[in-house]
Design a protein around this ligand. Structure first.
Ligand code: FUB
Length: 375
C-alpha cells in the first residue's frame, strides 16, 4: 500500500477525512465500496491484476469472518482477528491461530469504522486453549452475547458464549462451552417470533466429520469425506434456550437439497456445505447461506422453516479472492448488505480484511450474484 493510500485509508477509517472525495459520498453503496479510499490506486488490484469492487473496512488490524448486526441503529461487526503466528498452511487450518476478538462499530455504511479494544481473549476463557475462530453475537433483554468457537486443551472444537452489557465488550466467558456444542462457525439467528437458533459446523479443520457418529472420533480424517456418492455433511441447527447460553434441543441437520429434492452429495464440491453458515430471513423465506470451502464460493439455499429443508439456489459471490469465504447478510438503511472478506491487503490466506457491498435480489427472490472485481 502506498504512503498516500495508507494516510487516506487511516483518515477515512478514523473519520477525520470525510471531506476527501475518496470517503465522502451520499450513496451508501458507493461509500461502502470506497470504504478505505483506495479505489483509484494501483494497490487496489489483486495479485493477478483485477480491480476490487470494495475496499477493506479497516487496515490497522487483520479481520475476517464478519458477522454483522444492527444494535441500537449502529452496525457492529463481530469478526475474527487474524494474526500471523508463522504456522504454515495445511488442510486443517492450523495457520488460523487467532487468540482474541475486536469488535468493529459503524454508525453508517461507508462511514468511519471504530476498532474496539480486546473484547475477549483466549486466556480469559477457562475451557479454551487456542484458535478463536469465526464468532457471532446476539442481543436479548439488555445483554449482548458473543458466541465463539475455540479448541479445548485436547484440540477439540466447541462453541462458547460470553456476555456483556456493551456491544463492543469486554465480554465475560462462561466457564464451560455450550453443552452439546461441537465444531465451529456459530451463527445465532433470531426469528421474527423471537425464537433464536444456532447454525454451526464446518468440515476439514472445523472437525464436523469427526462427529459423524454422534461423538468425537479422531480417527475420521479429511480423506474419509471423499465418499462422493453419499449425502454431504450438513450444517447443524439447534433452538436456543431462553437464557441464550444453552441449546433447548439436540442439534439436528439443516438439510440442503438439490433441485430434485435429494440431499447434496459429498462429491458435489461446488454446492455442498463446507463452513460459515449464516441465516437471513426475507419475507417468509429463510436463506441458508454458506461457504463451499475448497471450491471458494459463497452460495445459498432457501426454505420455509428455520430448520429447513433448504433447496440449493445458487451463488452469492463468484469468484472469491483468498482461500476462505465467510460472510454475513444484514438489512440497514432500507438496503441489504453483504459483509465478507478477502486478502487484498496481505495476499495471504490467513491475514484477511473485511469488506461490505450491497446485496440485491431479483423479483423472484433469487440473489443477484456479486462479482467482487470491477473488471
Ligand atoms: O477464520 C478461521 C476459519 O476460516 C473460519 O472459522 C472459517 O469460516 C474460515 O473463514
Amino acid at each position: 500500500m502506498s504512503k498516500a493510500t495508507l494516510i487516506r485509508t487511516s483518515l477515512c477509517v478514523l473519520g477525520i477525512a470525510t471531506a476527501l472525495s475518496a470517503c465522502s459520498t451520499d450513496d451508501p453503496a458507493a461509500a461502502a465500496n470506497n470504504a478505505a479510499g483506495a479505489t483509484n490506486d494501483a494497490e487496489a488490484v489483486s495479485m493477478d491484476g483485477r480491480r476490487f469492487l470494495s475496499q477493506p473496512l479497516v487496515t490497522e488490524i487483520f479481520t475476517a469472518d464478519p458477522s454483522a448486526h444492527v444494535f441500537n441503529g449502529k452496525i457492529y461487526i463481530y469478526a475474527s482477528h487474524d494474526v500471523d503466528a508463522g504456522i504454515p498452511d495445511d488442510d486443517l487450518g492450523t495457520q488460523y491461530a487467532m487468540h482474541d476478538y475486536r469488535v468493529l462499530e459503524m454508525e453508517k455504511i461507508g462511514g468511519p469504522v471504530k476498532v474496539g479494544g480486546v473484547a475477549l481473549d483466549v486466556k480469559d476463557v477457562p475451557w479454551a486453549a487456542k484458535q478463536m475462530w469465526a464468532p457471532d453475537a446476539a442481543f436479548k433483554d439488555g445483554t449482548y452475547y458473543l458466541y465463539f468457537p475455540a479448541k479445548d486443551k485436547d484440540g477439540i472444537f466447541h462453541i462458547g458464549v460470553a456476555t456483556s452489557s456493551n456491544p463492543m465488550g469486554p465480554f465475560k466467558a462462561e466457564p464451560k462451552p455450550i453443552a452439546g456444542s461441537f465444531s465451529m462457525d456459530p451463527n445465532v439467528f433470531t426469528d421474527t417470533d423471537g425464537t433464536s437458533y444456532m447454525y454451526f459446523g464446518g468440515i476439514w479443520g472445523g472437525q464436523l466429520q469427526n462427529w459423524a457418529n454422534g461423538k468425537y472420533d479422531a480417527s475420521i480424517g479429511v480423506t474419509d469425506l471423499k465418499a462422493d456418492d453419499k449425502p454431504a455433511l450438513m450444517p447443524k441447527v439447534a433452538k436456543m434456550s431462553p437464557d441464550m447460553k444453552s441449546y433447548a434441543e439436540a442439534p439436528r441437520d439443516a438439510q440442503i437439497l438439490d433441485e430434485k429434492g435429494q440431499p447434496l452429495l459429498g462429491g458435489d464440491h461446488e454446492r455442498r456445505f463446507f463452513e460459515g453458515a449464516w441465516m437471513y430471513k426475507r419475507g417468509d423465506t429463510y436463506y441458508l447461506t454458506y461457504s463451499t470451502g475448497d471450491t471458494h464460493f459463497l452460495v445459498y439455499a432457501t426454505g420455509k422453516s428455520p430448520y429447513g429443508p433448504f433447496t440449493y439456489r445458487g451463488k452469492i459471490m463468484e469468484p472469491v479472492q483468498g482461500w476462505t469465504t465467510h460472510h454475513s447478510i444484514v438489512d440497514w438503511g432500507g438496503k441489504t448488505w453483504l459483509f465478507y472478506h478477502d486478502t487484498q491487503i496481505s495476499g495471504k490466506n490467513h491475514l484477511r480484511n473485511v469488506k461490505v457491498t450491497e446485496l440485491t435480489f431479483n423479483p423472484d427472490g433469487t440473489i443477484q450474484t456479486i462479482n467482487p472485481f470491477r473488471d
